[in-house]
Design a protein around this ligand. Structure first.
Ligand SMILES: Nc1ncnc2c1ncn2[C@@H]1O[C@H](COP(=O)(O)OP(=O)(O)OP(=O)(O)O)[C@@H](O)[C@H]1O
Length: 333
């Protein structure tokens, strides 16, 4: 397992966390299988993963809504179950479904929720944060799906939480609403709030997360900063050789250590752990030989590629992401 821990003290910490549904042995199901994570104060941590990987099951234990079947959990140094009374006023929780009563207006919902919250901010202020102030007299049942998500977020923010748990905060939001939720999350983080979120949107993690972990089948498969996660995956350089060079032209290309090559006619695809170095070599070679590299495209690995590779490698170890074997470019065909 990849250790996604950082030095203490952590705002959120799990050690050897297991969560089981149903009885032990046959008939039960272990959704979380020995998970370690540590989120520093003020950090934004994203939990990614395949469907059914165990993200929500993990979050519910961190939030104190469920008991772990094994392992240790601490949030702000407190046990989320045994010290719930002390912890609850200091955390905000946005579940996948808020489940607020449909007949109440947003303002009434906020007032009810504020009555249960220590040190709550003004309801109108919370609604304003998520752009729902103009809708304060509308009933919850009249909200669109995206507006409900924003109401869930507003209620999670009511108590000015030190730690905010967000389960898929932007699911169902249109691009504009998503951008404003991202802006709000960034502002909260800049003000020192620790945020733990789950998401299916890889660009959300790429945009927001200081660190992330990718889960598959109850385990963290990889984790770290976005750059650290991407570093394990090769960058790609694609181009077309000129027609005059013919199909064997690739034999004339330079040796590019650590780079693997795929040829499809005149189209060349290089995979390299060192994008800048390989590109420099390649462009130098092209300049010296006056070769035009048509449709040249160079890019780092995306989080999507890393995610797909991780999911595949967890099923099939042969597909594990690895640095490409050194090869002379023309010989790899
Ligand atoms: N109450 C339950 N009883 C039995 N199994 C459950 C229960 N809740 C969840 N599971 C199973 O536990 C596994 C993890 O579910 P969980 O909802 O934590 O995953 P997730 O990563 O949040 O998934 P998704 O991305 O699809 O929302 C799944 O296989 C799910 O079917």
């Amino acid at each position: 397992m990849t250790d996604t821990s950082r030095p203490r003290p952590a705002a959120v910490e799990a050690r050897g966390l297991h969560r089981r549904y149903g009885p032990s042995g046959q008939g039960g199901f272990e959704a979380v299988r020995g998970l370690d994570l540590a989120v520093a104060p003020g950090e934004l941590f994203a939990l990614l993963g395949t469907n059914g990987a165990g993200k929500t099951s993990t979050l519910e234990v961190l939030e104190g809504l469920a008991e772990p079947s094994a392992g240790e959990v601490r949030v702000l140094g407190l046990d989320p179950r045994r010290e719930r009374a002390a912890l609850r006023p200091r955390i905000g929780i946005m579940l996948q479904e808020g489940g607020f009563p449909g007949e109440l207006t947003l303002a009434e919902t906020g007032r009810c929720w504020a009555g249960l919250t220590t040190g709550a901010r003004a309801v109108d202020e919370a609604l304003d944060l998520v752009g729902l102030l103009p809708r304060r007299t509308v009933r919850v049942k009249q909200l669109s799906g995206g507006e409900r998500r924003r109401l869930d977020l507003a209620m999670a923010l009511l108590g000015r939480p030190e730690v905010l748990f967000l389960d898929e905060p932007s699911t169902g939001l249109d691009p504009e609403a998503r951008a404003s939720v991202w802006r709000l999350i960034r502002e909260l983080r800049a003000a020192g709030t620790t945020v733990v979120l789950t998401t299916h949107y890889l660009e959300e993690a790429e945009e927001l997360a200081d660190r992330l972990a990718i889960m598959h089948r109850g385990r963290v498969v990889t984790g770290g900063t976005v750059a650290e996660v991407l570093a394990a995956h090769p960058a790609r350089i694609a181009f077309e050789l000129p027609e005059r060079t013919g199909p064997n032209a690739a034999l004339d290309l330079p040796a590019l250590p650590g780079t693997s090559t795929e040829l499809d006619g005149r189209r060349v695809l290089l995979r390299t752990p060192d994008l800048q170095g390989t590109l420099t070599e390649l462009l130098g070679w092209a300049a010296r030989h006056r070769v035009e590299l048509a449709r040249l495209d160079a890019r780092s690995a995306s989080l999507e590629e890393a995610f797909l590779a991780v999911a595949a490698s967890a099923v099939d170890p042969a597909a594990a992401p690895a640095a490409p074997a050194p090869s002379k470019i023309g010989r790899a065909a």
